[in-house]
Design a protein around this ligand. Structure first.
Ligand code: HEC
Length: 71
């Protein structure tokens, strides 16, 4: 399978939209967290915590994995 699908090239606008959504807190139930809360770009797209926290400070039982090269 190719790394990047031919019918979904990383166009500038698509990259910008992805970045916007990735930072958009309105996607969380109470508007307090976004993808970057757990996948921070300065922490190799993790949160550096043993267990990630969701809304209302609820702690899960997994840690955020890095998101490099998943596509
Ligand atoms: C509350 C913390 C949290 C938030 C917010 C969060 N993630 Fe994650 N993410 C995780 C954890 C924890 C895992 C690892 C899950 C596992 O090990 O089963 C993960 C895994 C992933 C994976 C890898 C899945 C796989 O199986 O390969 C992707 C991709 C991902 N997240 C993208 C996102 C995107 C996009 C958003 C925003 C829409 C987001 N995450 C928001 C905690 C979070």
């Amino acid at each position: 399978m190719p790394l990047l699908s031919r019918d979904n090239p990383p166009l500038t606008q698509r990259v910008a939209l992805g970045k916007k959504l990735f930072h958009d807190k309105s996607l969380s139930k109470d508007g307090t967290i976004s993808c970057t809360t757990c996948h921070h770009e300065n922490k190799a797209f993790t949160d550096g915590l043993k267990f990630s926290k969701g809304i209302n400070d609820q702690e899960g039982d997994k840690n955020s994995m890095t998101l490099f090269n998943l596509a």
